[in-house]
Design a protein. Structure first.
Length: 453
């Protein structure tokens, strides 16, 4: 059993116990609201075809980065966690939208999203540190926050989110009519635009009623639309315009709460997006090579199993006795295939901010990286490695060195420079920048403070 979770858990405790108060007491009259528009690429901010007056208005009177480099894998949960911990996945441990379980030798691996924050995140978050100093905190549809004790109001991004939402927030949303007496299952049947409406209303509600010092909101429809129709499609432009109205509503709520002149607003995203006309099916090659067994549409046995994350695939070697031989077979099998940019081995993981599988069992043994225009599928049926993309013409998850993966970053608020553009930053810079605003020490973060004033 790896000591990774225990070690990280002790690190969290140590940071919370040892941080100095600093000037935090003087910052209790300040507020920060972070709005993450999932799947909004930095390049869309300069695309004249997309209407987003609220977001561009904040950029015009604030600071906009050319781009924000995401964590690897450039998918949702790892990047939201990097933005709150100021650390890459090799430190915080989140590499999937859930936790990957290795059931045992010769068995396929599986990603489980039904996990508590304590089982997911092994580095201190900004809201952990701030809550310990007496600041009010809130997170709406934010990943990796289930059963989190350091959020005063919490509507977590998990499959059964209603069941884990803060009771006072549920009651307030029911009273306002934003929620009915329905269950998590009924809520999950709503379309993503409807859920974005509820999450936005929840955020506005919390801001008006409780005025948190630190509030996080994650809205999702842009990501889903870009997956289904591709970025820079008519549907994609419409989805971004819709997200812009959600941002405007949050700004209106800040104004109505009477705290606009004391509030810094960050509009960010977790990753960019790429059109993928072709899809790669690594499990098909593994099945044909005798390394994976499939019954119907389900993998039932696997010496080697590939889990797709958009522009990369995480490959797991499940049988210790044959691991090295299986590794050599996988490298040979994929190195010259169409659409494969790189076959990454553990000695290359650190430069991409990824943990070592020897230290952290959920980490893959091999990472396949796709070329532009190709994405990965987990399907193991059929005979072709390369197929035409059907149903998912857009994706993310590519290595963060790909410029199209760069995310959005806008800052607007008291003391923030007006109408300034800065270069490319990293998303691990967000948390230490906010911590600095509140005068809260956050020494565990690896990011740097962004000069916004």
């Amino acid at each position: 059993m790896s000591s990774f979770p225990l070690f990280r858990g002790l690190t969290v405790l140590a940071v919370l116990m040892c941080s100095e108060v600093g000037s935090a007491a003087d910052a209790k009259d300040q507020h920060v609201v972070v709005i993450c528009v999932d799947g909004l690429p930095a390049y869309l901010l300069d695309d004249p075809n997309v209407p987003m007056p609220a977001i561009r208005g904040l950029a015009k009177t604030g600071v906009q980065a050319k781009g924000m480099i995401p964590a690897n894998p450039s998918v949702t949960w790892p990047n939201h966690t990097s933005m709150t911990t100021g650390s890459w996945p090799e430190k915080h441990g989140v590499i999937f939208n859930g936790v990957l379980d290795r059931p045992g030798p010769g068995l396929p691996v599986v990603v489980n999203p039904r996990k508590d924050k304590a089982e997911l995140v092994f580095a201190p978050t900004l809201y952990d540190v701030m809550h310990a100093k007496g600041f009010r905190t809130a997170a709406i549809n934010w990943p990796c926050t289930r059963n989190c004790a350091t959020l005063d109001d919490n509507f977590p991004d998990v499959p059964d989110m209603i069941d884990f939402t803060t009771p006072r927030l549920i009651e307030s949303l029911k009273k306002s009519g934003a929620l009915t007496e329905g269950t998590s299952q009924e809520f999950n049947k709503f379309t993503t635009p409807v859920r974005d409406v509820v999450w936005t209303k929840a955020t506005c509600n919390v801001i008006r009623e409780h005025k948190p010092h630190l509030t996080y909101l994650h809205i999702l429809n842009v990501d889903g639309t870009h997956h289904k129709y591709g970025p820079q499609s008519s549907a994609g432009y419409t989805a971004v315009a819709y997200a812009d109205t959600c941002v405007r509503e949050v700004v209106d709520a800040i104004n109505e709460a009477g705290i606009r002149e004391k509030t810094t607003i960050f509009v960010v995203s977790d990753h960019g997006f790429i059109n993928i006309p072709k899809t790669l099916q690594p499990n098909v090659l593994l099945r044909k090579a005798g390394l994976l067994t499939v019954e119907g549409n389900k993998a039932t046995a696997a010496k080697v199993h590939a889990v797709p994350e958009g522009g990369i695939a995480m490959v797991y070697l499940t049988v210790p006795e044959s691991r090295e031989a299986d590794r050599a077979r996988v490298v040979e099998l994929f190195k010259d295939q169409e659409g494969i940019a790189e076959v990454l081995l553990p000695d290359q993981f650190k430069k991409h901010g990824l943990p070592q599988p020897s230290e952290y069992p959920p980490m893959a043994d091999i990472v396949l990286s796709a070329k532009d225009g190709y994405g990965f599928s987990g399907s193991a049926t059929g005979d072709e490695f390369v197929i035409k993309s059907e149903g998912t013409p857009g994706t993310h998850g590519f290595l963060s060195t790909n410029e199209r993966m760069q995310a959005t970053f806008i800052a607007n608020g008291p003391g923030i420079r007006r109408g300034d553009r800065i270069g490319v930053i990293e998303n691990i810079d967000l948390a230490p920048t906010i911590a600095k605003m509140f005068g809260v020490p956050f020494d565990s973060a690896d990011g740097k403070v962004i000069d916004l004033r």
